[in-house]
Ligand binder design. Sequence first.
Ligand code: HEC
Length: 211
Amino acid sequence: MKISLKLAALAIAAGTFASLPFAASAQTASKPVDPAVVESYLKSTFGKAPPEWQARIQPDETLKTCNKYHNEVPSAEADKITARELARVVYPADGKLLGDWKSGAKIANNGRGGQFSDPPDTVSGGNCYACHQMEQKELSFGTLGPSLTHYGKDRKYDPEEIKRAYTKVYDSQALYACSNMPRFGVNHVLNEQQIKDIIAFLFDPESPVNK
Ligand code: HEC
């Protein structure tokens, strides 16, 4: 009895294992899922969303290329993506890239927004902590992206680095083709003032990121 229970537990464990994403991708490596199937599945999950939201699941030229190559784009394609995305970055007309770090801290830690049931005046956050460590006192953070602790200090608050970070947050793919980081500015997740505030959170010497 004891043994059969153990076997059952093993079978369950094996079953769970087989459904994990890495097992699934090992299978898809030999037999890729038809992109049309993926597209129709996505569309069905967006069935109840208003039409302007449905338009958002149409991949743009850049995403189409990333999907085609499973994010491992050949360098010529990568160059095309970064050039195309760089051309989409809009820098502030007043030339100032740094806003208020205190507001930036809140935006970085806010994962709200991006749901079609949101009231129209909902302000979205950047959800940066989902992927990055930032100020050290925040213990809850993801590690998909590199740690951004001491980001400004380590870069000596260099204006070129400030511009680079603004570009990165506005359109991550302007600097790295098929990046896993969202394109916050081009996709209208964050507005100009919010991006300035986030950049101040990274680059203001008073910001806890640099303490
Ligand atoms: C879904 C995960 C994800 C989210 C959310 C995210 N990032 Fe990233 N970020 C990444 C990854 C992965 C990289 C490294 C690859 C790359 O450069 O694209 C990165 C790179 C960066 C870099 C460049 C780091 C370097 O090497 O100099 C900066 C700056 C940055 N992110 C800032 C932010 C800020 C600010 C936010 C919030 C507004 C944010 N990220 C949200 C995943 C994310």
